[in-house]
Design a binder for this molecule. Structure first.
Ligand code: FMN
Length: 368
């Protein structure tokens, strides 16, 4: 049997064993931006070889770039040492390449963690001043962000570069810049959140300018043999917002700057959005961007079944399938998918004996 989902993929010098990625998932459990023991368990469990790639949660490039007080960051020596400890642990016992998602929350920062409500921090919750392309809040009760000045834009770009340099020192295999879900880079792209009248606002070329400048600067700082990609929201799901057609243009521009992949998500820029959730609902965006921008794409969102994922890859709709909730529910999802699709896959040495091929009494068909 052969499987498209379990075929290898190369991006620069990184070789993935299969097309399955553990998607970024905020854990809201860091201390002053630093990873804690929970991250050993959270990322460690995924590093054992089930998926082809494991992504960290959104990792803020500055303290004000965090969504909440409990978000992971990579802006201090303490943050770097704490995350290195986790990634060293994953490397020592795991076998899966590790990627990091670098992020800046912009106007969606200074918020409570979702389990506490996810609302903007109140005056007695140590809120901070947020930054954005324009002084337009995320929603009616949200903090009004400060419009980033020219100096501010340069400073944030430098923070992305510094975080990428820290990620390289830690030994990450891949970087993804978070330009989706209504965070800072997405705020520049969308005409709903970017109403600047300088060269960073207005027509599409101007709205893309800052995210492209940041990409270019990070590409120059990140090791040339390692892949760098971008997560986008393909659409704002709201009239007058960012569109799939604009995503294609953005994809082409990124590709010309050496972008290795686009991780295609959607929404979360504006609370008025109307999303038709359903299995694989974002796959068509990935397929369109992959074909029309000619770039490697990931797809994500309500993909839970092995055959569903297999069909997406075999049908040329994406190059990688990323799972978030499905992976928390079943961290061995990829092992189980391989079994269902009838193919062999990698197991970490310590767990090799649970592979069905090693256990004919329970899985007799494996040795027939
Ligand atoms: C607990 C949780 C945390 C998340 N945190 C992030 C994040 O840090 N960065 C990001 O880009 N997406 C984040 N997402 C979105 C997921 O990466 C994914 O795109 C989304 O959940 C859809 O995939 P799924 O249907 O497989 O869960 C998060 C999702 C969940 C459930």
């Amino acid at each position: 049997m052969s499987s498209a989902l379990f075929s290898p993929l190369e991006m620069r010098s990184l070789a993935l064993n299969n097309r399955i990625a553990v998607s970024s998932m905020c854990q809201y459990t860091a201390e002053n931006g630093s990873a804690v023991d929970w991250h050993l368990m959270h990322l460690g469990q995924f590093s054992m070889g089930a998926a082809g790639l494991v992504m960290t949660e959104a990792t803020a490039v500055s303290a004000v770039g965090r969504i909440t007080h409990k978000c992971l960051g990579l802006y201090s020596d303490e943050n770097e040492a704490a995350l290195k400890r986790v990634i060293d642990f994953c490397r020592k016992y795991g076998v899966t390449p590790m990627g990091i998602q670098l992020a800046h929350a912009g106007r969606k920062g200074s918020a409570q963690v979702p389990l506490d409500g996810g609302n903007p921090l109140k005056a007695n919750e140590n809120p901070w001043a947020t930054q954005a392309p324009s002084a337009i809040p995320f929603g009616p009760d949200w903090h009004v962000p400060q419009m980033l000045s020219r100096k501010g834009l340069a400073a944030v770009k430098a923070e992305f570069v510094a975080a990428a340099e820290r990620a390289a020192r830690i030994g990450f295999d891949l970087v993804e810049l978070h330009s989706a879900h209504g965070y800072l880079m997405h705020q520049f792209l969308s005409p709903l959140s970017n109403q600047r009248n300088d060269e960073y606002g207005g027509k599409l070329e101007n709205r893309m300018r800052y995210p492209l400048e940041v990409f270019e600067a990070v590409r120059a700082a990140w090791p040339e043999d390692k892949p760098l990609g971008v997560r986008i929201s393909a659409t704002d799901w709201i009239d007058g917002g960012w569109t799939v057609e604009e995503s294609v243009v953005f994809g082409r521009a990124l590709k010309s700057l050496g972008c290795d992949f686009i991780d295609v998500s959607s929404g979360a820029l504006d609370p008025r959005q109307k999303i038709p959730f359903g299995p694989g609902y974002q796959v068509p965006f990935s397929a369109q961007i992959r074909t029309q921008a000619g770039i490697t794409t990931w797809t994500v969102g309500m993909i839970t079944k092995a055959r569903q994922a297999e069909e997406i890859i075999a049908g040329g709709k994406a190059d990688i399938v990323a799972l978030a909730r499905g992976m928390m529910f079943d961290p061995r999802w990829a092992w189980h998918a391989a079994e269902e699709l009838g193919v062999d896959t990698e197991y970490s040495r310590m767990y090799a004996r649970c592979a069905p091929a090693q256990w004919p009494e329970v899985f007799p068909w494996r040795n027939q």
